[in-house]
Design a protein around this ligand. Sequence first.
Ligand code: OOG
Ligand code: NI
Length: 458
Amino acid sequence: MTDRPFLEPDQIRARFSAALSAMYRAEVPAYGTLMDLVAEVNARTLAADPELHAQLARSGTLDRVSVERHGAIRLGTAQELSDMRRIFAVMGMAPVGYYDLSPAGVPVHSTAFRPVGADALAVNPFRVFTSLLRLELIADEALRQTAEATLARRQIFTPRALALTAEAEAAGGLTEAQAQAFVAEVLETFRWHAEACVDAETYARLHDAHRLIADVVSFKGPHINHLTPRTLDIDAVQALMPAHGIAPKAVVEGPPRRACPILLRQTSFKALQEAVAFPDAAGTLTPGQHTARFGEIEQRGIALTPKGRALYDRLLNDARARVRPAADGANAAEYVAALEASFAAFPDDWDSIRREGLGYFSYAPAPGRDVDPEADVETLLAAGAITATPLVYEDFLPVSAAGIFQSNLGDHAAQDFVASPNQRVFEAALGAPVLDEFAHYAAIEAASLSHCRAHAAA
Ligand code: OOG
Ligand code: NI
């Protein structure tokens, strides 16, 4: 519409996601290699699996797959997190879910900023896993103060990014010209800075306390640390990675390979050693190294209901209790075998998953068929009046995320923290409550059913 002064938030998000991808591709060439590999495998998978092709097309999600990605950043202060929330809101992204990583030895808690609602997701499902450092978990008081003082001195947003965000909030949106400036300005926050903002000695102390603390505190901004394309066949991409000069971790995180994919399967490759420089008080630069950025791919399956998720968690815990995956991949085959044995108890056909209430579906009226608005779902499906398509899981998994963090921090980075989820403290920092992922899938499913029934009435 030409008379509308504001660009849709969905369009701003799509542009930002594309700009971030271009920037990361220039910064980390291996990401470009991975993108090409994923595109090739996705095209081949779709050609070989007409049913999957039809399923994605029917649910209007075929086009989004090739532009689909998630990134991750790690923030240092409550102020940074709440400003980030306001910026993502301009792009139609809301905080969904709460993830406590402390049981895995990583001193952060996190949320995922993403679009909610079927239409917004169909345009562009870009998400950012966003973590907040928990300095209160650091035992060394002096070091904690150094970290706090260093973080208090930095401003990770450009003045114009903050000004445009305030204008969007006041006016209810951004014009085309403002949106262009906004995308360019916000991109600056995600950029890599090879020059640290602490001296070499401070970096070493932070690093000794925890590598993640050094990564968050030592730099001018929360550089994007990975950008993950969505593949339709993660095992195929994993198998092809070594031939393209990329070494993946030994075990794919999440559920095993199945006929009906559930939730999320992910694999990453090791963080790069990158040259950085540490300024001293006189401004003289000392060369050094830092590892922060890595690569990851993921395959997404059906979103599970609380009942399905409880079953998933139980089966995963059972498998991990039997074989604990070693960080160096030494027992990868045993772990995969334990995982497959355990998940034999999870139904692997769409009808059972639906009938047992384990997963969420989107329903649509079958072309040219009448829908009896009084009939129940199973009757309508059996009569061929409606179709059911699995809803894609749009979120993350704490055990998988912990595995991704750990493989990139290195073994010796694992530390014992007391598990201390504190969603209330996180939400206070965020300045808003996080949304409940289950409620949103349930709402999409319910809306699709009402649409089927209204279709009958029309
Ligand atoms: C985030 C790791 C979590 C995922 O896909 O589970 C994540 C990080 O390393 O900052 O991205
Ligand atoms: Ni990730």
